[in-house]
Write a protein that binds this ligand. Structure first.
Ligand SMILES: *Cc1c(COP(=O)(O)O)cnc(C)c1O
Length: 476
């Protein structure tokens, strides 16, 4: 869409998603927040100072509230499973057994999502024997609640669900793995409010956000996820765990194997021991410390208040202002802009950077300014219609400019015909082998938002790519 525009200047940006805190917040923790954070957490969830106060909540009170939510989740799951089994025409014995699935006190992992294959729901099931040992540890039992649905036409997604349901029926998993059908907001609320830990295992870099993970820390849960989507921004050492370290492999099967091994190892050797390490009063102090870190660092950032504010400030308000300006006086400015764009498009063919003139000495001392002049053929365009810039930066080994910066050049005089000499300076701020080139784009000072939207850009040289000049090393 924007040929010739360096990637870091493309007019595409992103805003990280957020969750609506009050929708996902359980009552028990809301009461603790009222008491220890004050009323502002409710109106101003983006205030980091307010969330810092979670450290004031006594461990025992936080743990008691959280345990009640886990118990409630287990009750909800049993009831829902019973209805699921009845609808499927399961045997009476099976339906009765649903009353005893899960343990209200065991480390409880939630995994709920659309079963798109990139989400790799079965990563944790890849070694059933090892998983069975972890889940059925007599001292440190672990259980997993799955929920989700696949698009009716997504056959691989449906196959994943079939595998989970099938595995959950095996004797060693019957009490430890549950699959809930018809994942919806009600199911999601029970889950994010009651689990100890939320797991996400997407194949990098396919997860856009993984918003469900943000619903968990407002309820005291902790995330355990591949470094992808929001977790790349949300994870800090000590507020949750990662599966793998964000490395990529060419072979997806090998990557699955590496990451499932990492997952089992973390669960077995780090996460479960922390959860089951109790103080004399049966409180997992270290676990609660991580819970509080998670609440402190995630809740202020990943909510819809922050998200909407960012959309408004960065996009909506500038767009509204631009639109008002264009449409005022029977769209006078819009007409003018359309006329200007048509003119520039027609006359652009003649535009050319005829010559660059710069000192070719080898070294420039740091702190100095390096002058550059360029002769520009503007054809019938006026200097007001264009922006001429020096584009400069460090050179990579192939002579390409990395992380380019720009300096605006100013017209010096007319050089006859449509030729204009421009001049500018490069500030020599850093040492190393650097290069520069010159480029020209249409520019209309009345419409600064439309910087690249004509799609027109011309670089010095034949191939229109940034061209390095003589290598120059700055004195240190
Ligand atoms: C939060 C939520 C989602 C989105 O979850 P992701 O982690 O972004 O995939 C989908 N469905 C329901 C019912 C949810 O509550």
């Amino acid at each position: 869409v924007w040929p010739g525009v360096p990637v870091d200047e493309l007019p595409i940006s992103h805003i990280t998603n957020g969750i609506h805190t009050r929708t996902w917040q359980c009552m028990e923790l809301a009461r603790l927040y009222d008491r220890y954070l004050g009323p502002r957490w409710y109106d101003k969830p983006t205030n980091h100072m307010v969330w810092e106060r979670v450290t004031r909540i006594p461990d025992a009170e936080l743990w008691r509230a959280h345990e009640r939510m886990r118990e409630r989740l287990v009750g909800f799951v049993r009831g829902r499973l019973r209805k699921q089994l009845e609808a499927r025409g399961a045997s009476r014995a099976n339906i009765k057994a649903a009353r005893e699935v899960l343990d209200p006190e065991a480390l409880t992992i939630g995994f709920a999502r659309r079963f798109a294959t990139y989400k790799r729901a079965v990563l944790i099931l890849s070694d059933p024997e090892r998983l069975a040992r972890i889940l059925n540890s007599p001292e440190r039992p672990v259980q997993i609640i799955f929920a989700g649905k696949a698009h009716p036409k997504d056959h691989p997604g449906k196959e994943l669900i079939r595998q989970i349901v099938h595995l959950a029926q095996r004797e060693e998993f019957r009490k430890r793995i549950v699959f809930l059908e018809d994942y919806n907001i009600e199911v999601a609320r029970y889950m994010v409010q009651g689990v100890d830990m939320w797991m996400n295992t997407p194949r990098r870099p396919l997860e856009a956000s993984g918003t469900s993970g943000m619903k968990v820390p407002v309820n005291g849960g902790i995330n355990f996820s591949v470094l992808d989507g929001w977790w790349c921004e949300g994870y800090h050492k000590d507020n949750g765990w990662t599966i793998g370290a964000g490395e990529d492999y060419d072979d997806p099967d090998y990557q699955d194997q590496v990451e499932s091994t990492a997952l089992y190892e973390m669960l077995e050797n780090e996460i479960a021991p922390i959860y089951y390490e109790r103080s004399g009063d049966d409180i997992p102090r270290e676990w609660i410390r991580i819970m509080k870190n998670s609440m402190r660092t995630v809740n202020a950032e990943f909510n819809t208040n922050r998200m909407v504010e960012e959309y408004a400030q960065r996009f909506y308000v500038p767009c509204i202002e631009q639109s008002r300006k264009l449409l005022a006086d029977e769209a006078a400015a819009a007409g003018e802009l359309a006329g200007w764009r048509a003119k520039v498009r027609k006359l652009w063919q003649a535009v050319e950077i005829a010559a660059i003139d710069a000192d070719d000495q080898e070294a420039q001392p740091m702190g100095s300014r390096f002058p550059v002049r360029a002769t520009i053929e503007l054809g019938e365009l006026h200097p007001d219609d264009v922006l001429v810039e020096i584009y400069h930066g460090l050179l990579d080994t192939r002579g390409n400019i990395l992380d380019g910066e720009t300096e605006t050049m100013a017209p010096e005089n007319g050089a006859g015909g449509g030729r204009v000499v421009y001049q500018g300076e490069i500030p020599c701020r850093r040492s190393g082998q650097r290069g520069f080139t010159v480029r020209i784009t249409p520019r209309n000072p009345s419409f600064p938002l439309d910087r690249f939207d004509t799609g027109l850009i011309r670089w010095f040289g034949e191939d229109h790519e940034p061209q390095p000049t003589q290598p120059r090393e700055a004195g240190v």
